[in-house]
Design a protein around this ligand. Structure first.
Ligand code: 13P
Ligand code: SF4
Length: 317
């Protein structure tokens, strides 16, 4: 820890010299979360990026998050410590595929999860994150058809919550969350009968969680479908002894900080995002020293995407 403290002092001094704010997603390595000026979910970090007073944003997360920051703050320098940190979910819908889908469904409104490329956002009416997806779709008149992409599990969650059958959902998924399955959840819930369940809506097991509640295996009020930021809020208020967590394992660090008296157990301890973990302390320091990797979005694409991203940060505030 002494080594970390010296490193953190160095990082903070460099950040000040560079007039930079360091943002970290909840799935980042603990050392990165602890050194960042702001830690949060995709929506909270987009809001910070939109209002930051510093001239440089260092995004410790994945590429689409840094791109979103650049769309919101085109005049700022946006850096990511490793530009190769991608996202399997963002890769599951291309702008070309979305244009074809739109052409097949004239009159539909397009809602895209923030886990998309800037080119997909440029073809989108409103973006959303897992914390406001339901509110975003609810803001669209009930008789207007909706194309929701790319995450099939988040899309299924929105359909379930709104009881709307005019929402078409793209078949994409995040390899990490899709890999947390119903069998693992059922086994863990049986092994920890008093535990609450925090389930990210990108999970393949979200439907199983509701099934367990419906079948009376877990009391309904103990099953919570939450974004990563909402998990931290719920943890801070929790009166449970144990919580089973179905999401990427980096999440456990913020949950333990928010509620040290609660035991947080991953439903699948191998659920680690290799892209999020590409951001290492060494690369963060290099990023500050060498001002790399700079993230740029071509101004025409950014201008087309900006409205959809701005609506996203306004809804559910
Ligand atoms: P949230 O932090 O918005 O819940 O998103 C989860 C995620 O998978 C980001 O990559
Ligand atoms: Fe993308 Fe999944 Fe990694 Fe999040 S956890 S960045 S959705 S691959």
């Amino acid at each position: 820890r002494e080594g970390w403290t010296r490193w953190a002092e160095r990082i903070h001094a460099l950040a000040e010299e560079r007039d930079a704010v360091i943002l970290a997603h909840n799935y980042q390595l603990p050392e990165i979360q602890d050194v960042a000026h702001h830690v949060g979910d995709s929506l909270a970090l987009s809001r910070v990026a939109a209002t930051a007073t510093q001239s440089t944003i260092i995004f410790c997360g994945v590429h689409f998050m840094a791109e979103t920051a650049k769309i919101l703050s085109p005049d700022k320098r946006v850096l990511i410590p490793d530009a190769a940190a991608g996202c399997s979910l963002a890769d599951s819908l291309t702008a070309e595929e979305l244009r074809t889908w739109k052409a097949e469904n004239p009159g539909a409104m397009v809602v895209s999860y923030v886990n998309t490329t800037a080119a997909v956002k440029a073809e989108t009416d409103i973006c959303c994150t897992s914390s406001n997806a339901v509110e975003v779709v609810a803001s669209i008149p009930a008789d207007t058809p909706v194309l929701f992409g790319p995450d099939q599990f988040l899309g299924a969650h929105v359909r379930r919550m709104l009881g709307r059958d005019n929402i078409q959902v793209w078949g994409g998924e995040c390899h990490v969350h899709a890999g947390i399955n119903g069998d693992q959840l059922r086994a863990q819930a049986e092994g920890h009968p008093d535990a609450e369940l925090y389930i990210h809506p990108e999970c393949g097991c979200a439907t199983s969680a509701l099934y367990l509640a419906g079948a009376g295996a877990v009391p309904e009020d103990r099953v919570k479908i939450l974004s990563t930021g909402d998990m931290v809020t719920a943890a801070a208020r929790s009166t449970s002894r144990q919580v089973l967590v179905a999401t990427e394992i980096g999440m456990i660090h913020q949950l333990r900080r928010a509620a040290p008296g609660v035991e947080f157990l991953p439903v699948n301890e191998r659920a680690s995002c290799k892209y999020m973990k590409m951001i290492t302390p060494e690369k963060l320091e290099r990023s500050l020293l060498e001002l790399r990797d700079e993230v740029d979005v071509d101004p025409e694409t950014a201008a087309k995407a900006r409205g959809a991203v701005q609506r996203m940060i306004e809804i559910g505030n």
